[in-house]
Write a protein that binds this ligand. Structure first.
Ligand SMILES: NC(=O)c1ccc[n+]([C@@H]2O[C@H](COP(=O)([O-])OP(=O)(O)OC[C@H]3O[C@@H](n4cnc5c(N)ncnc54)[C@H](OP(=O)(O)O)[C@@H]3O)[C@@H](O)[C@H]2O)c1
Length: 265
């Protein structure tokens, strides 16, 4: 596993395991499988409804808490007090003393109040790092001009067809690391049969999924692919034994389509 060092010195695995739309009744099994295969970073969220099961799988794994990196995301918070309570409720569901990375899931509500409460909980030792998700340029800059602690991470829709080059350059200047959600474009846009990716996969003796993930992590972008199948979980982890050359990277850069495949942000 490779790690990215965040702006407060905390190290985060560059590759993690996503749990969006993983039903609670299979989350414990999936997360247990992912951890036993070697994943150490797990991405959940209050609105996924599976924090409790993620926490149980972590506890039962027998892996020391400090070897795991748990991300969760706030949902539906409005005020400072509200957010403090919400953080405690996540800690309770996860059954953990601290969260490695807490994100504001999306720029809604009073982001200054919400982020202020996250800064307080960070200082109190409940959170090892804090950040945001789905903050595109305008909202990201608004927060930067107001916050005391620069967000360590911005988790945004990012994959071969939507590369977020401009936002990434801005974050790099300010000191926020970029993280991809849906690093496999959730299978959209016929990604598995994209001729450029298929050809690069063939020439590197890898799969399309491994090429799509490597394109991100080779640029230091954290990624949290999701799969409920052990075969795919394992395949997605096997990306540290090769590098894409400059020509492959250039070919993939040309796959940018300039808009979202999800239409959320
Ligand atoms: N912050 C946000 O607003 C936000 C939004 C969306 C997602 N996320 C996070 O990002 C994570 C990943 O995003 P995602 O779940 O939307 O999509 P994704 O990881 O881009 O793609 C998941 C899809 O790809 C398939 N897949 C995975 N590995 C594969 C492989 N090696 N070969 C073939 N198919 C494969 C999965 O099917 P199988 O299960 O059948 O393998 C699933 O259908 C989420 O789980 C969540 O943690 C965050």
């Amino acid at each position: 596993m490779e790690y990215v060092t965040l702006n407060n010195g905390v190290r985060m695995p560059v590759l993690g395991y996503g749990t969006y739309q993983t039903p609670p009744d299979i989350t414990e099994k999936c997360v247990s499988e992912a951890i036993s295969l070697g994943y150490r970073s797990i991405d959940t969220a209050q609105c996924y409804g599976n924090e409790k099961e993620v926490g149980t799988a972590c506890k039962k794994s027998g892996i020391a808490r400090k070897e795991l990196f748990i991300t969760t995301k706030l949902w539906g918070c409005h005020s400072y007090q509200d957010t403090l309570r919400s953080i405690d409720s996540s800690l309770k569901r996860l059954n953990m003393d601290y969260i490695d990375l807490l994100l504001i899931h999306e720029p809604t509500g009073d982001i200054y109040e919400i982020y202020g409460a996250m800064e307080k909980s960070y200082k109190d030792g409940k959170l090892r790092t804090i950040g945001v998700s789905n903050f595109l340029e305008e909202n990201y800059l608004k927060l930067i001009n107001h916050c005391k602690i620069i967000p360590a991470v911005n988790q945004v829709e990012t994959y071969v067809f939507r590369q977020q080059q401009k936002l990434r350059e801005l974050e790099c200047q300010i000191g926020t690391k970029h993280e991809s959600w849906s690093p496999l474009a959730c299978g959209k846009n016929n990604i598995w049969h994209n001729p450029v990716l298929v050809q690069i996969a063939k020439s590197n003796s890898k799969s399309v999924s491994q090429i799509a993930l490597k394109f991100l992590i080779q640029q230091g972008i954290m990624a949290v692919p999701k799969s409920i199948h052990a075969k795919h979980m394992k395949e997605n982890l096997e990306v540290f034994d090769f590098d894409l050359d400059a020509e492959d990277m250039q070919q993939i850069r040309k796959l940018e389509i300039g808009n979202s495949l999800f239409g959320w942000w």
